[in-house]
Structure formats: structure tokens, C-alpha cells
Design a protein around this ligand. Sequence first.
Ligand code: NAP
Length: 334
Amino acid sequence: MKAWEIQSADGVDALTMAERPDPTPGPGQVHVKVHASALNYRDLMTVTDPEPRGIAYPRIPNSDGAGEIIALGDGVTNVAIGDRVAGCFFQRWSGGKITLDAMASALGGGLDGMMASDAILSAGGVVKIPDHLSYAEASTLPCAALTAWNGLVTQGGVQAGETVLIIGTGGVSIFALQFAILHGATPIVISSSDEKLARASAMGAAHIINYRETPDWDAKVLEVTDGRGVDHVVEVGGAGTLEKSLNAIAVTGRIAVIGVLAKGAANTQMINRKSVQLNGIYVGNNEMFNAMNRAIASHALKPVVDQVFDFEDARAAYHCMRDAGHFGKIVVSV
Ligand SMILES: NC(=O)c1ccc[n+]([C@@H]2O[C@H](COP(=O)([O-])OP(=O)(O)OC[C@H]3O[C@@H](n4cnc5c(N)ncnc54)[C@H](OP(=O)(O)O)[C@@H]3O)[C@@H](O)[C@H]2O)c1
């Protein structure tokens, strides 16, 4: 089998294509022929800065991938040869609350990931993908889509008629836009790019704000919500955007605390003054993944794939993510 490997802390250009022995599934495992692997910001960070993350070399990057099951280990009954599946970000978090053991089972982190021609996964660590999706589209679901779903739907409990503030137009954010619309909520999107905002508007964003041209975007959000603020924020910025998110949120609103993109420090006084609910989100479990897939299937929702790179050009995909010109997801076809 072929696999891209992180072999050092020297970054994207040091990623190395390796030949490994063809794998065989052990008891309770499945062999997935990988057809596509999607990138997340976290995967870029793992490649460029592996040591603080405790990455053992060589490590195959990327949590996300989709493919076909081609062999089963002993005792596997939940899936069959020929099933179209995606790997679960956490190999050991089927349901309930997250545990330390689940957190140690992240693909492309504690375990080898999906930027490879083949993957041996736990039979409990795959989910069947919706029939209407290509492998490239389905490869975007395990991290970005599930994080948006968990933040906005499972923990956020978004309702029709509520307002949702979405920060940026990357992978998590565009899924959040789609799920907000799917639930009948009113999305407000902020981005650094007018072109990306026009695309978000065409998808159904009710209000769009360029956060570079309007650095006080929190005031603008209050203006377009008649001073009330939004019911939900999908917070991918982190410390550098949280204070403005707290200004922009309604009393008793909910913030899905997801990302770490923006540096800064937040005055957190509004958390208690507005009785804000902050939900720390770490991707999601298999139960959430299956619920999300049912919604995606019943609404024929299509993930937004910005670019697909060839397997041999995987390094270019990480450079593309670092350049942050993408809208939605970047995928590598395997
Ligand atoms: N907690 C979890 O389980 C979890 C799961 C997935 C992702 N994450 C985190 O969520 C974040 C987004 O991940 P992703 O994979 O969706 O990334 P991505 O596809 O690279 O999207 C990043 C986008 O965020 C926007 N952005 C960047 N800096 C910003 C800033 N200072 N202020 C406002 N917006 C900014 C930009 O949108 P525009 O170009 O439109 O301005 C950028 O394109 C990352 O921090 C990632 O680590 C966490």
C-alpha cells in the first residue's frame, strides 16, 4: 500500500510518500480501500507542528477519508464487503460522553490516518455513507461536518427561526451554514472575502459581513438582529474572536466553541451577564455521525468541495489549505 507519512517536524514539503506492506484486518477490524481523504485545518497543523501534538513518526496524516470495505476481520458483523464507508475521527467513541480513551483514538493523531491507499480501521470506527455522495464528498464528513453538526444541532439544539452567526467560510463553517439552513434558522456569515461572502449569500446566508472591512462586525450583527443578537455562534476563531461573539450573542444564546484560528484575549464578562452557554466541541461520536448522515441523505445535502488534488500532489493540498483561499473543503483523491 501507499501512504503519505509525517517523518519529521519539517512541514508540508517534508511529507514523504512511503510503501508499506499490504495490511490484513485483525479480529474486529475492517480493511478499507481509501478513495478520498479530506483536509482539515487540524491536519495542516499536525503536519507543520507535530511535536507539541505528540505525533510519533512515521505517522499517516488526516482524520478524514472514505472508501470501500474490501476485507473483514474475524467477528465483524456490522458491515460487509463492498460497503461504502467513512472512517470515524475517533475510533473509540461510539456514543455517550467523550472519554480520555476516545480522545487517544483520533485518526491522523494518536493513530495512523487516512492519507493512504488502504486503512485498517475498527469495525466500530466506520459509518456507512449516504448513497448520493461521491467518495470525495463523503470524505469531508468525519471531522468538519460532524463538528458543525455537534456544535449547532446536537449540543446547540438549533431551532427553526433562530439566528446563527458563522465565522469564516472554511470546512466547518460552510457545513454550519448548510445545517443552519436545513433546520430553518437564519444564518449570518462573516468572512475576509467579498467573493466568498457572495457564495455564502447564494447558498442562503441572510446577512453577510466582511470582517476585514468591518472590524466591529459584532456591532453590525447586533444591528441586523434589531439589537437582540444571535441565538448561536459557531466559534471557529477562538480567543481572538470570542469577545466579539459574546457581544454579538443574544441573552441565553449558545456558543459552539470549536476553533483556534484567531489569536487574542477575550474579556469574558458577557458570559455571565448574558447567561451564555458555551459548549466545548470535540468533533463528535458515531451516534451523532449516523444522525447527521440520515439528515444529509433525506435532504440530499451535498458537501461543498472547493478543490480535489491527486494523491501524488497531496503536498499541494496542504499548501492550498495554508493559503486559506478555499471555500468549504479541500480533498485529495486516492
Ligand atoms: N474542536 C473541534 O473538534 C474542531 C473540529 C474541526 C475544526 N476545528 C477547528 O476549527 C477551526 C476551523 O477549522 P476548518 O478545518 O474549518 O478550517 P479551514 O477550512 O481552514 O477554514 C478556516 C477559515 O476560517 C476563517 N478565519 C481564519 N482566521 C480568522 C479570523 N482571524 N477571524 C475570523 N475568521 C477567520 C477564514 O475564513 P474566510 O476566508 O472566509 O475569512 C478561513 O478560511 C480550526 O481552528 C480548527 O482547528 C476544531
